[in-house]
Design a protein around this ligand. Structure first.
Ligand SMILES: Nc1ncnc2c1ncn2[C@@H]1O[C@H](COP(=O)(O)OP(=O)(O)OP(=O)(O)O)[C@@H](O)[C@H]1O
Ligand SMILES: [Mg+2]
Length: 237
């Protein structure tokens, strides 16, 4: 088991956003987390990443256990191989593509950066062609590739992707999901948040359904794709 979340609770002031959540991710799995707007998907990823505080619960990551008070540990978790590619990309628009990638590799030794660039450029040939271009001038799809590439620069064991297909055309969405499969096949475990439930569940080994801060369903990607409830709620069926 690479990640086990037990009884996780997260608050924003008085707002109880995440309720007693249990999640497990095995090494080299793609696990999808689906749910509608405001369900708490981003909050869950940010809590796991240590960028917002966990009120109650336990996170066991790669054999290390973290209890209540976990939070504001994001940079330590990146060093341990857990990286979040946030919703909305948050690239640095005035920096070039390559400078953005370098920022993603800030926890790595200088000598390890070139292997990082090689991996990213072989996955995303568009980024290689545009390595000296200011990131703000990239298309939306290219910016999403850059955000994923930047996250890969830390050489994560666990890569968390928050809505990687948001705002992309159907063709680019398909391409992004192909790349997600390829990244997993290279050995990186993936926890994927998506509103695009069909695509996410099609590539996922397993999935969880999140509704107003609660897990209301789980199963293999195939089981969830065939579930009537999921069909009705998320797949427009
Ligand atoms: N910084 C914050 N302060 C207060 N409340 C917040 C904050 N961030 C999120 N929330 C609230 O927490 C709940 C869950 O939000 P979250 O962003 O995790 O949902 P989501 O499932 O990622 O939604 P979306 O699909 O729209 O991205 C929402 O009710 C939201 O308004
Ligand atoms: Mg979100």
């Amino acid at each position: 088991m690479l990640l086990e979340v037990k009884g996780m609770n997260t608050f924003y002031g008085n707002l109880h956003a995440i309720w007693d959540i249990d999640i497990q991710v095995e090494e080299k799995e793609i696990v999808a987390l689906i749910g509608s707007n405001g369900a708490g998907k981003s909050t869950l990823l940010k809590t796991i990443a240590g960028s917002i505080p966990m009120e109650r619960g336990t996170i066991v990551y790669d054999g290390k256990s973290f209890g209540p008070g976990y939070g504001r540990k994001a940079s330590r978790m990146v060093k341990l191989g857990m990286t979040l590619c946030p919703e909305g990309r948050h690239i640095f628009p005035r920096m070039t593509v390559e400078e953005n990638l370098k920022m993603g590799g800030y926890t790595r030794k200088k000598g390890e950066l070139s292997a990082g660039y090689d991996r990213v450029y072989s996955l995303f040939d568009r980024l290689k062609e545009r390595r000296s271009q200011p990131a703000g001038t990239l298309s939306g799809g290219e910016q999403q590739m850059l955000a994923i590439g930047r996250a890969l620069m830390s050489s994560p064991k666990l890569l968390m992707l928050d809505e990687p297909s948001l705002g992309l055309s159907p063709l680019l969405t398909e391409k992004i999901f192909e790349l997600i499969l390829e990244i997993r096949n290279q050995g990186t475990t993936i926890l994927l948040v998506e509103q695009n439930a069909v695509s996410a569940l099609s590539v996922a080994n397993r999935g969880y359904v999140l509704k107003v801060g609660h897990i209301t369903g789980s199963g293999t990607g195939k089981e969830l794709l065939e579930s009537q409830e999921i069909l009705a709620s998320y797949l427009g069926g």
